[in-house]
Design a binder for this molecule. Structure first.
Ligand SMILES: *[C@@H]1O[C@H](CO)[C@@H](O)[C@H](O)[C@H]1NC(C)=O
Ligand SMILES: *[C@@H]1O[C@H](CO)[C@@H](O)[C@H](O)[C@H]1NC(C)=O
Ligand SMILES: *[C@@H]1O[C@H](CO)[C@@H](O)[C@H](O)[C@H]1NC(C)=O
Ligand SMILES: *[C@@H]1O[C@H](CO)[C@@H](O)[C@H](O)[C@H]1NC(C)=O
Length: 864
């Protein structure tokens, strides 16, 4: 209480005194001398104050003359005199006195302490003889105070725990507990103790906010203390049942797994050295995840490690064995060699931890050999012998009765958990010389032509070669024979000046495993003899075909070509023309004049040269006449089947024109029907069409009846008249199989034949779609053609350009019956003759009876 308050209090008290005392007494009192006494303000025998508060108690002498007051003192409960504050300084004692001007003595409590409670007495002496004294009792109140009640407490799972809540107060308090708002009663799980709430066998479910509630009945004071309880769990470490493998030279990481609450922190220690690995060289520890990383593992890192997991609740550890795996290394794999039929052995030594498995693979095979004898070849056996202590494995591949095919490169493969190593080695299978790669035993020469006789001896090791001639004669001193090389390849360069050189040469090859000989004959070659026989096989006004019997020759010097010379009667052989055929082709001459007498003679040619002329023959070409019968192309069988129900495409081979060019074809076709096995012509159905386009060999017959048999006859026409008709039968398709579409059918070089089959009913829309598809295809074709023109110089556009540049030449070329100055092959393709996207192939074929000129088409055909 401050001095001002005290004075207010004093004045209030005075008013009270004035009111309560009858006026007579007051006046009487003032009139008489005062009874000396001491007064303590504030008055009251007991002062109850909370601790920590500051108090001033003032002892005031109630006497007539305050100057007569002496030895005024305050005595504490222990009867000690309370000192006055004579040194006004910074540190004030817990209590002190101060003399006021009116001789009152004040007792100050800075901050009232519990132990300062008690009876305080003020004493004084008045007028040297009267002892005055007055007492007051100070009673302290202690407010509720949390002496030991931490707001966060961590019991450990499975253990008993006392949640601390030590409360102090005066008068003494009562305490009870709330858990999540509900009052806790003592039971199996909880025991409410004076200073704590005991929990038996703490569970995780005991987590939560506990409220420690304290109250003092007399003062009505109530205080609550929330205590957050979080159950901690001691760490448990997962034990690893097996050792951890790490690979030498690589980085490894090992994880230690532990559970606990809060999540534990990890440390790693190498058991042998007790070295903490958290800051050791080459190691790294992640204390949060428990991962131990080892950079660039080396062999010394093998051993036992201890992982410790620690949290607030405790710690746990485990020992982990670490094995260091050493990748395999091949220490030795030597080349090896063996003589054919003996036992070969390849040995490969490899090291690793654990000792590696060693196997072998022939480089030409995909699969390595299996342990033991091979299933497909029990001559080959693979064995391993491993030594766990040294880490070495010796792999051995033995091949009994080795073959030449066992020669080659082998790969030794050593494998263990850390990886694999490979190395190549060679197995050489040695064998005596052999001449297996020499097919011929004779060599030909003629007219002193230099010739090489070669001898190749296969062998391992390489063979040396020497030559002998005429029995055992060496050939060192002959200028016309030169030896190049002496093994494994040796060549004799011979200039056969005379007959003596046409003889047998002996090649003698030898190596450590044997000697072999091979005879090679040098033979003198000659030109072929005369053609044995020439017979006319077939003749027309402009062509002739022969049957020829070539001369017989040695198979090593076959006849390659036969040449014919031919002249008109009256000309000399100097003026003769000629043509050369390859042997066994069709011996056809074209471009003869009709009704002319020709003489022919023949000669055969081989490597040496052209033989003599022989097999003279004379023939008169027939007169110009109507063309030969054209041959309609049909598949074999009685009749062809049209793919369409109203149309049929007729195709044929051009016949020989017999001296006058064919100017048109006449097609006649009639319906036929089968009457008791015979075909009967329905005369009134016959139609005829002329095909006048030059060189055209295809024609669409249109507006046919579906599912009907037709007979078609085709005649070729030239200035001399019509040929005999070629004929064929076909049948049109059933109505339903025809597609009701528009067709743009390109039927021959240069022109477009359009057949329109009208739309019928509901197919209009699909027809339109297909029409679009066709248009798109057509654009694609044009694009491709442009690309071809630019990139490959082919295609329609290219041809059109080229044609406009070289038109005369092309037309000359395509004519049949031109001068034949080069051999005509069986099928002479004149390409490219390209028109409208089609390539026309022209060839002459003989069907046995007559010469027919055939023109076919390849390329985009008519069908869509
Ligand atoms: C083994 O043979 C291979 C191939 O023939 C060869 O390249 C290599 O140098 C040889 N190695 C030894 C050690 O002779
Ligand atoms: C013979 O062999 C030599 C050397 O290889 C070569 O120069 C020569 O042209 C060959 N002679 C004949 C006729 O093949
Ligand atoms: C064996 O002959 C071959 C072919 O002429 C040659 O490449 C090889 O070097 C020779 N080997 C030896 C060992 O002379
Ligand atoms: C064939 O005729 C050509 C010229 O037309 C001539 O150069 C050639 O020597 C002749 N061939 C034969 C084998 O007569």
């Amino acid at each position: 209480m401050s001095a001002a308050e005290t004075s207010i209090c004093v004045s209030v008290l005075c008013i009270y005194v004035l009111r309560a005392t009858p006026p007579s007494r007051v006046f009487g009192h003032l009139a008489h001398a005062k009874e000396p006494s001491l007064e303590i303000m504030p008055n009251g025998d007991t002062q109850t104050r909370p601790i920590g508060s500051s108090i001033i108690l003032t002892c005031k002498p109630n006497v007539d003359d305050t100057k007569l007051i002496k030895d005024m003192q305050w005595i504490d409960p222990q009867d000690r005199v309370i000192e006055s504050l004579n040194t006004p300084g910074h540190s004030k004692p817990p209590m002190y006195t101060e003399l006021l001007q009116d001789n009152s003595l004040s007792l100050f409590f800075n901050s009232l302490q519990e132990q300062q409670a008690g009876k305080y007495t003020c004493k004084a002496t008045y007028a040297n003889s009267i002892q005055l004294q007055k007492s007051v009792t100070i009673d302290t109140i202690v407010a509720i105070t949390w002496d030991n009640a931490p707001p966060n407490q961590y019991p450990i799972l499975g253990e008993d725990y006392a949640i601390q809540c030590k409360v102090r107060a005066r008068p003494s308090p009562s305490v009870d507990w709330l858990y999540n708002g509900e009052l806790i009663k003592t039971n199996d799980h909880y025991i409410i103790d004076t200073y704590a709430l005991k929990i038996k066998n703490v569970q995780e479910s005991d987590d939560g906010i506990y409220t420690c509630r304290a109250y003092v009945l007399t003062t009505g004071e109530l205080k609550e203390r929330p205590i957050r309880v979080e159950v901690h769990i001691r760490p448990t470490v997962e034990e690893l049942s097996s050792p951890v493998d790490v690979i030498e030279g690589e980085d490894a990481s090992i994880q230690c797994k532990a559970h606990g609450k809060p999540p534990p922190k990890f440390t790693w220690v190498k058991s042998l050295t007790h070295q903490n690995l958290s800051n050791a060289d080459g190691f790294g520890v992640d204390s949060d995840t428990g991962v131990l990383t080892i950079t660039n593992v080396n062999r010394e890192d093998a051993g036992e490690y201890q992982c410790t997991a620690t949290n607030l609740a405790g710690q746990a550890n485990t020992n982990i064995r670490v094995n260091v795996i050493v990748k395999p290394k091949i220490m030795e794999f030597l080349n090896s060699s063996v003589v054919q039929d003996k036992e070969a052995s390849l040995v490969c030594k490899a090291f690793g931890r654990p000792p590696p498995q060693v196997t072998f693979r022939k480089l030409t095979n995909d699969q390595p050999y299996a342990k033991g004898a091979q299933l497909d070849d029990d001559r080959i056996i693979l064995t391993n012998s491993a030594d766990d202590i040294t880490g070495e494995t010796v792999g051995r591949l033995t091949i009994s009765e080795s073959l030449r095919s066992n020669d080659g490169l082998y790969e030794c493969i050593a494998e263990n958990a850390g990886g694999e190593a490979r190395r190549n080695g060679h197995l050489t299978v040695e064998f005596p010389p052999s001449f297996a790669s020499m097919p011929n035993t004779s060599v030909w020469s003629w007219e002193q032509k230099p010739v090489n006789i070669s001898c190749i001896a296969e062998s391992i090791p390489n063979a040396t070669i020497r030559w002998t001639v005429h029995g055992d004669q060496r050939i060192d001193n002959d200028n016309m024979i030169k030896q190049l090389g002496n093994g494994p390849l040796s060549t004799l360069m011979i200039v056969p000046l005379d007959k003596r050189y046409y003889t047998t040469y002996k090649c003698i090859a030898s190596n450590a495993h044997g000697t072999r000989e091979r005879n090679i004959e040098l033979r003198e070659a000659t030109k072929p003899g005369e053609v044995l026989q020439a017979k006319m096989a077939e003749i027309t006004a402009t062509t002739i075909r022969f049957d020829l019997v070539p001369p017989s020759t040695n198979p090593e010097l076959p006849v390659r070509t036969i040449t014919v010379q031919y002249k008109e009667e009256g000309q000399t052989w100097m003026q003769a023309r000629n043509k050369t055929w390859t042997v066994d082709s069709f011996y056809v001459l074209e471009g003869l004049k009709p009704q002319t007498s020709y003489e022919f003679r023949f000669a055969a040619r081989n490597e040496v040269g052209l033989g003599n002329w022989g097999a003279y023959h004379q023939e008169i070409t027939p007169v110009r006449t109507f063309p030969n019968e054209p041959k309609i192309i049909t598949p074999t069988g009685e009749y062809d089947l049209s793919r369409f129900n109203t149309r049929y495409e007729l195709a044929w081979l051009a016949p020989a024109d017999n001296g006058e060019p064919i100017d048109m074809y006449r097609v006649k076709y009639c319906q036929i029907k089968r009457v008791s096995g015979d075909w009967q012509l329905l005369d009134d159905t016959c139609r005829a069409e002329d095909v006048k386009t030059q060189g055209r060999l295809r024609h669409w017959l249109k507006n046919l009846s579906s599912n009907t048999y037709y007979k078609v006859e085709l005649m070729a026409h030239n200035a001399m008249g019509f040929s005999k008709p070629g004929s064929a039968k076909f049948k049109t398709a059933m109505e339903s199989t025809d597609l009701n579409l528009d067709y743009n059918i390109v039927t021959s070089a240069g022109d477009i034949d359009t057949t329109v089959v009208h739309h019928q009913g509901p197919l209009v829309s699909s027809a339109a779609i297909i029409g679009i598809v066709i248009a798109v295809l057509f654009i694609i074709i044009i694009v491709i053609d442009v690309v071809c023109c630019c990139a490959h110089k082919t295609g329609i556009i290219y041809y059109v350009c080229e044609r406009s540049r070289r038109k005369p030449v092309d037309e000359e070329d395509t004519k049949l019956g031109r001068d034949e100055k080069e051999p005509l092959k069986e099928e002479k393709k004149i390409t490219p003759i390209i028109d409208s996207g089609l390539r026309r192939e022209t060839s002459i074929t003989f069907d046995g009876k007559r010469s027919v000129s055939k023109t076919g088409f390849v390329g985009k055909d008519s069908a869509v």
